[in-house]
Design a protein around this ligand. Sequence first.
Ligand SMILES: NC(=O)c1ccc[n+]([C@@H]2O[C@H](COP(=O)([O-])OP(=O)(O)OC[C@H]3O[C@@H](n4cnc5c(N)ncnc54)[C@H](OP(=O)(O)O)[C@@H]3O)[C@@H](O)[C@H]2O)c1
Length: 308
Amino acid sequence: MSSPVFTLNTGAKIPAVGYGTWKSTAEEVTAAVEYAIKEAGYRHIDCAWGYGNEEAVGEGIRRSGVPRDQLFVTSKLWSTHHSKVEEALDESLKKLGLEYLDLYLVHWPVHLNPDGNHPAFPTRPDGSRDIVTDWPLSKTWEQMEAVYAKGKAKAIGVSNFSQKKLEEILPTAKVIPAVDQLEFHLYNPQHGLAEYLKSKGILPQAYSPLGSTGSPLLSDETAAAIAKKYDVPVVGILLGYLVAKGIVALPKSVTPTRILSNLKDTVTAAEKLTPEDIKLLDGVAAGGKQKRFIMPPWGVDLGFDNWE
Ligand SMILES: NC(=O)c1ccc[n+]([C@@H]2O[C@H](COP(=O)([O-])OP(=O)(O)OC[C@H]3O[C@@H](n4cnc5c(N)ncnc54)[C@H](OP(=O)(O)O)[C@@H]3O)[C@@H](O)[C@H]2O)c1
């Protein structure tokens, strides 16, 4: 099974279904990535320095035997690295064992103290996150543009950027972000932000598209009724809904049967869903189910509706 593709504002193609690697342990992720690529047909792998497993993911990519130019690999700049983008990208490339990334994202619009008391999550004496409060995000973005110009990343983008945060970089940006990776799913559809991104030529990507681990989305009644109508699993409806709306879906699983079915069922559902089905699914969150699952305690206003 192969994924449909979308086109980035660089002209590059990106598979609409990608394979997520957050929370996958180094021990399990090599085999899972190898299986996802070789057996299930994924060609898009979503990684990050912050997941602490890039070496093991890279090993899975190598073991798949699929040529590099047939894969789309993303990694992300961690928050303690905003002042040293190229160095951080080089480290991710080394860990993954790759010469270039297809997409490099600023993981969060937050710069954490690079010289703090922890390499990834530095804290202040009161326990709050040790944020560099006077750091302009445009300084991070300029460095992202530089690694793009060097060809180390074939596309650059952002993650967890609300409209407010995007407006801190867009006025001076020479390169418009190709992607904004956000928590998008049935219970957090962010219709306004998705429209804004499309108006700027920025492709929305959905992380935690199933609502992450232990999710109530899997038993949602509206999704279940549509799943029954088409004889497709609910997961396929949840993911196919996003793809049908032009949003990249990034499901994670380390379970082979799920890795396989997640891609297959998404493609099936995306083809079957009608505009009426989509309208119904679009209204679920507004009907009292609105919920965000990923809310790290940054301690700053990121510009999202229901955030801190
Ligand atoms: N940019 C960011 O800040 C950010 C934040 C969060 C996530 N992400 C990216 O998005 C990816 C996906 O998000 P996520 O990992 O939070 O959550 P998710 O993909 O929404 O959900 C993953 C969970 O669902 C389970 N699952 C997967 N397929 C299933 C199926 N067919 N039936 C039942 N359960 C199933 C998985 O279990 P098993 O693995 O045990 O099968 C896992 O517990 C991440 O891996 C990461 O690449 C990015």
